[in-house]
Design a protein around this ligand. Structure first.
Ligand code: MD6
Ligand code: FE
Length: 211
């Protein structure tokens, strides 16, 4: 069962991890409008991995720190390397949503200082990885899905642990922390489709406590 107003189901993905079905559905339109504003100041771009590959996911950030990758490595930076300016501030509504989602997932007191915004198009994928560039792992990761559906791969603490395949729809929020903080995760190649709010794309917001 799910309702339209964010009071929906919580699906456990193991100890410390859950999907909050439809948690961000009510504010989806407003979030996407804010993403358009952020990306006017800090455009989506395809970053380069330390190994020299162009990422198929297009990314930007808002908040005090933004996640970046280039030939020198993965890290958080307070300035956008493309513009030389600070990342756009995190809208208060983003922070509020992330805090409420973290609390619903069992993590009270989450204070995100970084919001990585990812744009996927059909065919785009994100290979299995851990989020480990943050200074400490006490805070959870909160990941908001909007637009086209995707299959989230959620594994264990070893790369070799077989991941579960979790379908994510627009408005779903995944939260992982505590014993699951360093779980391997990824996104299967996006299927072709059309979403009424985003068209031919999926927008993902990942909130972290980076610094
Ligand atoms: C998702 N994204 O798109 C999950 N992690 O649902 C991630 O796990 C992620 O998009 C690190 C960097 C970029 C990402
Ligand atoms: Fe990740």
């Amino acid at each position: 069962m799910r309702d339209l107003f964010g009071g929906g189901d919580i699906e456990a993905l193991g100890d410390g991890a859950a999907v909050l079905r439809g948690f961000a559905l009510r504010e989806a339109k407003d979030i996407l409008a804010a993403v358009v504003e952020v990306s006017a100041a800090a455009p989506f771009r395809h970053m380069t991995t330390p190994g020299g590959y162009r990422m198929s996911v297009a990314m930007t950030n808002c908040g005090r720190a933004g996640w970046v990758t280039d030939r020198r490595g993965y890290r958080y930076a307070c300035d956008d390397p493309e513009t030389g300016r600070a990342w756009p501030p995190m809208p208060p509504s983003f922070r509020d949503l992330a805090m409420r989602a973290a609390a619903a997932g069992g993590f009270d007191g989450f204070e995100p200082d970084s919001c990585l915004i990812n744009r996927y198009e059909p065919g785009t994928r994100l290979s299995l990885h851990q989020d480990r560039d943050e200074r400490d792992y006490a805070a959870p990761i909160v990941s908001v899905s909007l637009g086209l559906p995707a299959v989230f791969l959620f594994g264990g603490l070893q790369r070799s642990d077989r991941p579960r395949r979790v379908p994510l729809e627009s408005g779903d929020v995944a939260v992982w922390g505590g014993p699951a903080r360093l779980a391997f995760h990824g996104i299967m190649p996006l299927a072709e489709g059309h979403d009424p709010l985003t068209g031919r794309s999926r927008i993902n917001l990942t909130f972290r406590r980076a610094l």
